[in-house]
Design a protein around this ligand. Structure first.
Ligand SMILES: [Zn+2]
Length: 486
């Protein structure tokens, strides 16, 4: 048996003024064939999963390129086509293969390609032929399109948000594809389109119990796999929205019935699946109440999360914290490569005048001007996220009174406490810790937090889907229209 594997991924916020060319992939994560590290990245886990089982399962593995760009705005046509064609060329050279295993995201949008992954999978099908088993792992924040589902044999999305399961789901996908290639199962996919946005977190109820139930259903009664594509609302594409994908063994009607049942269940939660979001002042006040000695309250600045394709340099929460000089606080990581280079040149221990953050867009707020002390610096802030390592590039910690601020050169979300602690910021001494992350921070920060709260700092990520200027979405679509299923 021969297996080909490759990974091409990013998440495109079509409203963000941060454009992505090929160099954005090459500088973030770019591994030509055979050079992928031992540890997986968020979307390249199928490569690692396939490597680990090649010997025991007795297949020959051919690795193609693996690449990822930090979520941002529209991908250039040249970047997408050149990376796609690079992988297609590698596949062509590897043919014939029995399985193609892809690590994708599912919400990559390039100029003239609203559905990059659908285009890629369709071209792979055309090359590899009808008998090849094509499997793809997607991030749950994907636009699950008909083009993807029709051209793949098996699609498996992450189930957990925070995404603690990217490697586990890659292993599920590999197992399913191996069984299909050996004729032990016949995967048939059905999708229920919720006709709206119904995302949820699995770090809290009702999402937690729901996903536990999904996992208990898999492998029983002919149900091979269940994925909830939550969707990614910051994208003006026709297929935006939440969908449920069920893969059954040979029984399309059974798959469709279960997908509909689960989709309706999610829709009926309505706003009940969403945690309370605090305005900046309200969040700080609540955190001061809830903090315990040695245990800060973690506030998630969800709408300035680089993982959602925005800059991560909004000054809204820094301005709010500066109004409370008596509250020991930390905030990070914020994107400002120019300020980082100025601080590193000044050196740790220096006190300097600095203009920082609030620069990428009007929605980032105003830049901050302050006299700051440089309290920590590194040539590469490398932090763990589950089984992967994420680089934030050269970074510094600066101090204004009791407020410590981490500035980084590379946009990446605040996955884990080393964003602060590796630069000498003592989180146990803080009352408030603000992280630039939507929910991926949760697994690593919850153990050190007295409480975790979510902020509504107003943007720049578009938090209110009813106000997003969609032009392409298929209607009806809630919350723009009443949901047709309810
Ligand atoms: Zn995601």
């Amino acid at each position: 048996m021969r297996v080909f594997t490759a990974s091409l991924a990013t998440e495109t916020n079509t409203f963000a003024p941060l454009f992505v060319d090929r160099s954005a992939f090459e500088s973030a994560f770019y591994c030509p064939p055979g050079t992928h590290p031992e540890t997986p990245t968020l979307c390249s886990a199928p490569i690692v999963a396939a490597r680990r089982r090649a010997a025991s399962e007795g297949y020959e593995l051919v690795e193609g390129t693996a690449t990822w760009a930090e979520p941002a705005g529209l991908v250039s046509r040249e970047a997408y086509e050149s990376l796609r064609d690079e992988i297609l060329g590698q596949l062509q050279a590897a043919l014939p293969v029995d399985i193609v295993l892809l690590g994708l995201h599912g919400s990559m949008v390039a100029r003239d390609y609203d559905d990059c992954e659908g285009d890629l999978i369709a071209r792979i099908r055309a090359l590899a032929g009808p008998d090849c088993v094509i499997g793809a792992e997607l991030d749950m924040h994907c636009h699950l399109t008909a083009q993807m589902v029709e051209n793949a044999d098996a699609i498996v999305a992450f189930k957990e948000f925070p995404h603690t399961d990217f490697l586990a789901r890659a292993e599920d996908l590999l197992e399913l594809c191996l069984k299909a290639a050996r004729g032990q199962v016949k995967p048939v996919s059905a999708v229920f389109d919720c006709r709206g946005l119904a995302a949820f977190m699995t770090s809290r109820e009702p999402g937690r119990s729901f996903v536990d139930r999904l996992m208990a259903m898999e492998g029983r009664d002919g149900i091979l796999s269940i994925s909830v594509a939550h969707g990614f609302q910051a994208a003006d594409v026709a297929d935006v929205g939440t969908k449920v994908l069920v893969i059954a063994d040979g029984d399309g009607e059974k798959a469709a019935a279960l997908a509909k049942q689960l989709g309706l269940e999610i829709l009926r939660w309505g706003g009940g699946a969403t945690p309370k979001h605090y305005k900046p002042e309200e969040g700080i006040a609540e955190a001061v109440k809830l903090a315990e000695p040695g245990r800060p309250v973690v506030l998630a600045d969800r709408w300035d999360n680089p993982g959602g394709g925005v800059a991560g340099d909004s000054s809204v929460m820094v301005e709010a914290l500066l109004k409370h000089p008596d509250v020991p606080a930390a905030i990070g990581a914020m994107w400002d490569p120019v300020a980082v280079s100025l601080c590193r040149a000044a050196g740790v221990g220096a006190t300097i005048p600095l203009r920082f953050i609030g620069k990428a867009a009007p929605s980032s707020g105003r830049p901050i001007d302050a006299v700051v002390e440089v309290v920590g610096a590194t040539g590469d802030l490398l932090i763990p996220f589950e089984q992967s390592w994420v680089s934030l590039g050269p970074a510094v910690a600066i101090r204004i009174g009791k407020l410590d601020i981490v500035l980084a050169s590379t946009r990446a979300q605040t996955f884990s406490p080393p964003v602060f602690t590796d630069l000498g910021v003592d989180l146990a001494s803080k009352t408030v810790v603000v992280v630039k992350s939507s929910n991926h921070f949760h697994a690593a920060f919850a153990p050190i937090a007295a409480s975790v709260l979510y902020l509504d700092s107003g943007g720049p990520y578009p938090p209110d889907a009813s106000k997003i200027p969609y032009t392409k979405v298929k209607r009806p679509f809630s919350p723009l229209d009443p949901n047709p299923w309810l």
